[in-house]
Design a protein around this ligand. Structure first.
Ligand SMILES: Cc1ncc(COP(=O)(O)O)c(C=O)c1O
Length: 296
């Protein structure tokens, strides 16, 4: 299978379209060596990039949190994203904006590096197979913990924070699970490696307080959808010992969308009614279908 370096199409790099295969980063680049790199993940449905402006703003904010200034405004990034989709003839796509430190300096300091920006788009239907979506994915609790807010820039979608996510995911996959459940530095339930967590009990939704991990845009959307349905959403710290008490669990993320959890470690869950309802509401919303239509 061809890798991601070997595709047809164009990548927007620093304001210009570059042939996909020619879009390269010098080996000695600051961002590549010292994790001076932030990124976004956006999905477009029927030609419309969902919450595009919020994602563009988050890229700029993620960069600011690691002391980088993206040389474009959110409006300029929105426009470039729309142009990149059109240039690649894509209406349903995954969009990956990136900003990183260039090659002017090598060493810990990166003060004099140029900040580069790129936007790539490609087709990416669903993160998980239909069979997995049907029965729910499985999570294995990781030994790696989400760091404290004074240990890492926890609200930045920065590459450096994904090192422990990849290690956790590998460990889970090698044990036969789909993904990892990560606890935080205090031992509370935090999130999956690239998605937030929602847990249902007695018709109410509980979700970990995002005080040391990304408050995902999908998470915020699903909370609004649940409230529209009259379902109570409780944000709080959740202990791992409580996991056995929940009836259904799902994760949310731009890539994962709303995905049911079938198992965490040895505890099994059913794909429940609240999960199915909010999954349908989310699919209707992102596809531009009136929410009213979805509400029975
Ligand atoms: C670590 C992590 N948490 C949560 C999320 C969910 O965020 P969003 O819903 O904005 O995609 C993501 C994906 O961006 C992520 O990588």
């Amino acid at each position: 299978m061809a890798g991601f370096d070997d595709r047809d199409g164009f990548i927007w790099v620093d304001g210009k379209f570059v042939d996909w295969r020619d879009a390269k980063v010098p080996m000695i680049s600051h961002g590549f060596h010292y994790a001076g790199l932030v990124f976004e993940g956006i999905r477009a449905y029927n030609g419309e990039a969902f919450k595009l402006h919020e994602h563009s703003e988050r890229l700029i904010n993620s960069a600011r949190l690691i002391d980088m200034k993206v040389p474009y405004s959110a409006e300029e990034l929105d426009k470039a994203t729309i142009e990149t989709m059109a240039k690649n003839n894509l209406t349903d796509a995954y969009i990956r904006p990136i900003a990183w430190r260039g090659a002017e300096q090598m060493g810990i300091t990166g003060q004099d590096t140029t900040i580069h920006t790129a936007i790539a788009v490609w087709e990416w239907p669903s993160y998980f197979s239909p069979e997995l979506l049907e029965k729910g994915i499985s999570l294995k609790t990781s030994k790696w913990k989400r760091p404290a807010p004074d240990t890492a820039p926890v609200h930045s979608k920065a590459a450096g924070l994904y090192m422990i996510c990849t290690m956790s995911k590998h460990e889970a996959e090698n044990a036969g699970y789909t993904d990892a459940l990560m606890l935080d530095y205090r031992g509370y339930v935090a999130e999956a490696t690239g998605a937030n967590l929602f847990l249902m009990k007695d018709g109410k939704i509980h979700t970990p307080t995002p005080d040391c991990f990304l408050n995902g845009l999908t998470r915020q959307t699903v909370i609004e959808l649940a409230k529209k349905r009259g379902i109570e959403v409780i944000e709080r710290h959740i202990q791992p010992a409580e996991l056995k008490d929940f009836d259904e669990i799902f994760i949310t993320g731009t890539a994962a969308e709303v995905t049911a959890i079938g198992k965490i470690d040895d505890i099994e869950y059913k794909v429940g009614d609240i999960t199915k309802l909010l999954r349908d509401d989310y699919n209707n919303l992102v596809n531009g279908r009136e929410l009213q239509q979805a509400i029975a």
